[in-house]
Design a protein around this ligand. Structure first.
Ligand code: HEM
Length: 342
């Protein structure tokens, strides 16, 4: 069989690639002669993936609870993956130093395209939260959750990383201290981040075990993460664009959308789920993290806003209200549709 010009060119490229790291192409070609083709189950690691669900009880619905948390973690991971690319101006360098696409300056269209993906993932998560809200038997849930103390979704480090990558930490300081710490360094601001004030025991004001464990495991790491991401967070990247680019309607739409997704839409569907399972006729059950969740979780109480500059005073004053109404109205429709089907 004749070897085409094109194939010869590729062999030359491969020879150069291996030479650049002091390797000999011939040996790699020998390896190719014996290598097996790739199979789906090996590439996707299906067996490993399906061995990661380890319920603590025999209630069948606990599996749904675990799998949906894992799905969410994977989406958060993808969101971080996209944010990371924006923060690094879209630089891609392979492990052996090959240049796979390189921008020294952040390109506006790249920024928009990656941000769109983040919003798409968040929208998928928000829409699918009914898997939790309507997809488990309350009776099973109230029993198996008691085997999970003091673990809580509150301890999701990936959500905290997304926040740190999205904006300046001054915007995440608890509302009571925000003004006072506005000009502090970002480590002080991180030490006063809203969630460290939120997960406290109602009545005593002490930190919950959930919070203490979380801080022990991740607080130092979050400080290191902040060192890396605060100087190149999404807000800084946006402000680094030209004035004309900053006014691009598509970019503005995506920036506002991620603010609403992280700080209103997802927290809201999550909160509605907590209400579904934990609100009782005469009071509320505690979350597995033991927080005062009724006060802590609702977005209108937390009033976290990544990009206040992109909203009008009226929108800030009404933060969450309009969307609360929309989501609730939409939720009611979904609920009645689901009931029709069941
Ligand atoms: C039936 C389902 C769920 C219920 C009843 C629920 C309940 C709660 C409660 C009560 C809290 C406050 C902390 C505590 O006391 O434990 C909380 C926090 C949290 N949960 Fe969930 N949750 C559910 C599903 C999820 C899922 C699927 C995730 C995805 C990873 C998640 C992530 C979070 C996060 C990130 C927080 C902290 C929120 C914040 O700081 O604003 N939760 N959850």
């Amino acid at each position: 069989m004749e070897i085409s010009e094109n194939t010869l060119k590729k062999i030359q490229i491969l020879k150069d690639k291996y030479a650049s790291i002091g390797q000999d192409l011939d040996s790699y070609l020998d390896g190719l002669i014996y290598a097996n083709p790739l199979a789906y189950w090996d590439y996707i690691e299906v067996d490993a993936l399906l061995s990661l669900q380890k319920p603590k009880t025999d209630f069948p619905d606990e599996k749904i609870f675990i799998v949906y948390h894992q799905i969410t973690e994977l989406y958060f991971y993808l969101i971080q993956h996209e944010l990371d690319q924006i923060c690094r101006n879209g630089k891609i360098i392979s492990e052996i130093g090959q240049d796979l696409g390189w921008n020294d300056k952040l390109d506006k269209d790249f920024f928009i395209a990656r941000l769109k993906r983040c919003n798409m993932y968040f929208n998928t998560l928000t829409r699918s939260f009914d898997v939790m809200r309507l997809g488990m038997e309350k009776d099973q849930f109230t029993k198996f959750r008691m085997s999970l103390l003091s673990a809580s979704g509150f301890q999701t480090a990936s959500y905290r990383k997304i926040e740190i990558s999205c904006t300046d930490l001054k915007y995440l300081v608890h509302e009571n201290e925000r003004k006072q710490l506005w000009d502090s360094d970002y480590h002080t601001q991180l030490d006063n981040i809203y969630w460290r004030r939120g997960a406290i025991v109602e009545g005593t004001g002490e930190k919950t075990l959930t919070l203490r464990d979380f801080e022990n495991k991740y607080l130092d790491y979050f400080h290191e993460f902040a060192d890396e991401y605060q100087p190149m967070n999404l807000w800084k990247k946006y402000k680094g664009l030209s004035e004309a680019d900053q006014k691009d309607p598509e970019l503005l739409k995506e920036m506002r959308e991620i603010d609403v997704n992280v700080n209103i839409n997802w927290p809201l569907v999550h909160y509605r789920t907590a209400v579904t399972y934990l609100a009782r006729g005469k009071g509320e059950s505690k979350g597995t993290g033991g927080t005062n969740w009724q006060k802590y979780l609702p977005p209108r109480f937390q009033r976290r806003i990544f990009y206040p500059e992109l909203w009008s005073e009226e929108e800030i004053a009404e933060w969450g209200k309009k969307w609360v109404e929309e989501v609730l109205a939409d939720g009611l429709k979904t609920e009645s549709k689901l009931k029709d089907k069941i």
